[in-house]
Design a protein around this ligand. Structure first.
Ligand code: NAD
Length: 424
């Protein structure tokens, strides 16, 4: 267990699935007659647990536990990433799949929610072992996935290469090349321009919009970011490019502080080379003090349950924009709301990735590819329109942005559920 994930160890932590259920309970009073269908959101449609055996380089056989969950398919095929992490559990994957259902509905792309993962520390595997594990996992979940059924994508510790292996394995099993089975692929295999940066870009676009609503200018902001991976790294680059100052960073290896602002170009080069922030210039501070560092905007972009009742009172930021999925527990949400700290929830803030994944899927079907400029323009418009819609719902009902986002997402899913009806 990583020493930084302290909140996972709190005895009364609800865990990711518990957090999600509480979020649904909080929104139910606003759903009117649709609340008749709300139970459908509280149970996944189907879950699959698979054994993933592989031969290690030293000749021994290792077994890993893998999962794929379809949470809700009322609005279209399942969509959601695949996570490789030693703490992955079925209930975590269930929660991540449920947040995908809400997220795809919030940005109104025609997908349901799915997610997958393997309980493994991928850093302990060689490249060959990683490939064998990925291919075996893909074969084991073959009955769940497909361009019209469920389309995986990258998540924590998975990337374009892993998507290429998944696409190839599925295609070999089908007997024809099926590029549309995954998104987040390399460009040369039907990937989309702009996909790699899309989630971080969406985080930045929404943060800028929310900060402006609060009467502030993002170019003047100081920013703290947890997680400098795909999401946090690109968000850092865009904040820096806009003129904001990144003053605190944390990843699995270290926590660093620099009140005059990190050189983000050099930082990202360091991370690309070493896969961690450890060793970069900056004052090394304790993991806990990351949360109390003075800053205007805080971007959690690592794992779930990072902001809990333990650290919510210490947070100095005016605005939190959730790059990660599920980084804030419901108790922390209450504390932050009481303290007047605005939280832009994950299910809108990090929806840029699934939005461009939708573009990728559409481009694969039509075999016609768009320019990066077109993609970024369409992405920005979808993110800003969705965010404006949520702000208006929040004002109408006088609720937090999280509750407003869940109202929008749950209504869309449950309306689809109601129209389709029950069979038989
Ligand atoms: P990634 O693997 O590229 O990066 C993860 C980052 O988190 C790394 O910097 C890692 O060091 C850091 N981290 C891991 N454990 C940590 C710990 N215990 N304490 C502090 N930092 C830690 O993953 P990513 O794709 O950037 O995903 C980050 C988050 O964003 C996840 O919650 C993921 O579900 C969510 N997300 C990702 C996407 C996407 O398109 N990649 C889309 C939506 C949401």
């Amino acid at each position: 267990m990583n020493h930084l994930v302290a909140s996972y160890l709190e005895p009364d932590n609800l865990g990711a699935w518990g957090t999600y259920l509480e979020q649904v309970d909080r929104v139910t009073p606003y759903l009117g007659p649709l609340s008749r269908w709300v139970e459908t959101l509280k149970r996944p449609k189907r879950t699959l647990i698979v054994d993933v055996p592989i031969e290690l380089d030293n000749g021994t056989i290792a077994h890993y536990e893998g999962y794929r969950v379809h949470h809700n398919l009322s609005r279209g095929p399942g969509k959601g990433g695949v996570r490789y992490h030693p703490n992955v559990t079925l209930s975590e994957v269930m929660a991540l799949s449920a947040w995908m259902s809400i997220k795809t509905a919030v940005v109104n792309v025609p997908f349901g929610g799915a997610k997958g993962g393997i309980r493994v520390d991928p850093k302990s595997l060689s490249l060959g072992e990683l490939e064998r594990m990925t291919r075996r996992f893909t074969s084991e979940i073959n009955m769940m996935i497909g361009p019209q059924k469920d389309i995986p994508a990258p998540d924590v510790n998975t990337n374009e290469q892993i998507m290429a292996w998944m696409m190839d394995t599925y295609s070999v099993n089908q007997g024809h090349t099926a590029t549309g089975v995954v998104t987040g692929k390399p460009i040369s295999l039907g990937g989309s321009l702009g996909r790699r940066d899309a989630t971080g870009r969406g985080v930045f676009v929404v943060a800028k919009e929310a900060y402006a609503d609060m009467g502030f200018d993002i170019t003047q902001a100081t920013v703290a970011i947890q997680g400098l991976g795909n999401v946090g790294g690109e968000a850092a680059r865009l904040f820096d490019r806009a003129g904001a100052k990144i003053v605190a960073i944390q990843d699995h290896s270290a926590t660093l502080y620099n009140p005059s602002g990190f050189n983000v170009t050099e930082l990202l080069k360091h991370v690309a080379l070493t896969h961690e922030i450890k060793g970069f210039n900056g004052e090394s501070i304790s993991a806990e003090s990351f949360w109390s560092t003075p800053c205007d905007v805080l971007i959690p972009a690592a794992l779930e349950s990072q902001i809990s009742k333990v650290n919510a009172n210490a947070i100095q930021a005016k605005l939190i924009v959730e790059g990660a999925n599920g980084p804030t527990t419901p108790e922390a949400d209450d504390i932050l709301q009481e303290r007047g700290i605005i939280v832009v929830p994950d299910v809108i803030a990090n929806a840029g990735g699934v939005t461009v994944s939708y573009f990728e899927w559409v481009q694969d079907f039509s075999s016609f590819f768009w320019t990066e400029e077109e993609i970024n323009q369409r992405l920005d418009k979808i993110m800003i329109d969705a965010f404006r819609g949520i702000v208006s719902v929040a004002k109408t009902h006088n609720v937090s942005l999280r509750t407003a986002t869940f109202i929008v997402g749950c209504e869309r899913i449950l309306k689809a559920r109601q129209l389709r009806g029950l069979y038989p």
